[in-house]
Design a protein around this ligand. Structure first.
Ligand SMILES: NC(=O)c1ccc[n+]([C@@H]2O[C@H](COP(=O)([O-])OP(=O)(O)OC[C@H]3O[C@@H](n4cnc5c(N)ncnc54)[C@H](O)[C@@H]3O)[C@@H](O)[C@H]2O)c1
Length: 334
């Protein structure tokens, strides 16, 4: 029989209510309660999934004693809520970004370690089946050497996000994907940012990153595009992989000159020309479901979480450096 974990969700706004829905569907989870500072939100989500609802999360922790809690309150409140949840003895999955600052993120990592609790960060894009398939193929050496990673994340302005700009809201996704796919951290970066519509923060970013091994990366992120674009391109010796995050499709555009070459002879690669194009077949699933299953599995089997606090911190470090570079027009070196 599969073990069941008593789960709860704190903050059931636009993201947190999806955590509640997925937990209510998973065999290895027993969703026991939700909490939201807005009582009518808490009540509505509690009613939907037939679980207890609390407007005060302290009360939830005390009465329900969940083993695992997802925290999806606004980023500025991550540190306080995650700290309280860890101190209650529960494992935590906190939505990305891990926290608002590196100091806060560091404190959370240290506390989870001290209390021997799991701390996972909700970098959901990693769990997209097309990204997982791409990672598998990169690790198998199908692309040869990676030259460049390019992430595009653009769409309309979400009026509900007031506390942070587009870079802190979205760049942690791309920072995490670049780290996940290459297994590397940037050595330096530069960015141009702009504020066109948002009243308080930047709403456009174009960033350039330098990674070890001669790999370059670029991120194009904005809230100014009237259609949603979520794309990851990975260029390498054998060709170009392209992920459409929205349709969960993975394509490969082959470099005809590298076709049939075995690993060693790639050293002698002298040219690039258009070859065949392939769209891969693999099983599609909801990324959030895979993310929460990964979290529960790590608790049940007592293994490391799929996305650690350190991963979350590294993604935040890159996002903050992009904001800084955009403000100062200076290259940030790590
Ligand atoms: N992984 C993703 O793709 C993704 C997408 C959206 C948001 N997020 C992250 O999720 C978090 C929440 O974002 P959102 O868009 O759902 O925001 P939101 O404003 O829609 O929801 C936040 C909810 O938290 C509640 N809340 C605030 N303080 C609380 C408290 N003390 N106790 C209980 N509830 C409290 C609010 O009432 C609100 O309902 C942010 O950190 C954001 O970065 C991640």
């Amino acid at each position: 029989m599969t073990a069941t974990i008593r789960t709860a969700v704190i903050g059931v706004g636009s993201m947190g209510r999806n955590h509640a829905r997925v937990y209510s569907e998973l065999a290895e989870a027993n969703l026991v309660a939700v909490s939201d500072a807005n009582p009518s939100t808490a009540e509505a989500i509690g009613k939907t999934y037939v679980v207890n609802a609390y407007s005060n999360y302290h009360e939830l922790l005390e009465k329900e004693k969940p083993q695992a809690v997802d925290v999806a309150v606004p980023t500025a409140m991550h540190e306080q809520v995650v700290t309280d949840v860890l101190n209650s003895g529960a494992h935590v999955l906190v939505e990305k970004p891990i926290a608002a600052t590196l100091e806060e993120g560091n404190r959370l990592i240290a506390l989870a370690k001290k209390l021997n609790r799991k701390l996972m960060v909700g970098h959901i894009v990693r769990f997209n089946p097309a990204i997982q398939e791409l990672k598998k193929r990169l690790d198998a050496g199908e692309l040869g050497r990676i030259y460049q990673v390019f992430c595009r994340r653009a769409g309309p302005f979400p009026a509900r996000i007031r506390d942070v700009g587009v870079v802190i809201d979205l760049a942690p996704h791309d920072a995490d994907i670049i780290r996940f796919l290459t297994g590397l951290d940037p050595v330096r970066l530069y960015a141009e940012t702009e504020q066109r519509i948002h009243t308080d923060h930047e709403d456009l970013l174009f960033g350039m990153l330098r990674l070890p091994d001669g790999i370059t990366a670029a991120v194009e992120i904005n809230w100014l595009t009237p259609t949603k674009i979520r794309e990851v391109l990975v260029l390498g010796e054998r060709g170009l992989f392209r992920v459409d995050d929205l349709t969960q499709d993975l394509y490969f555009y082959e470099n005809a000159q590298a076709s049939g070459l075995v690993w060693d002879s790639l050293k002698n690669l002298r040219g690039v020309s258009e070859g065949g194009m392939m769209r891969f077949a693999f099983q599609r699933y909801e990324p959030l479901k895979a993310e929460l299953q990964g979290f529960l599995k790590s608790i049940i089997e007592d293994t490391p979480v799929p996305v650690s606090g350190e991963d979350g911190l590294a993604a935040l470090r890159i996002a903050l450096a992009l904001v800084e570079a955009g403000k100062t027009n200076q290259v940030v070196t790590f």
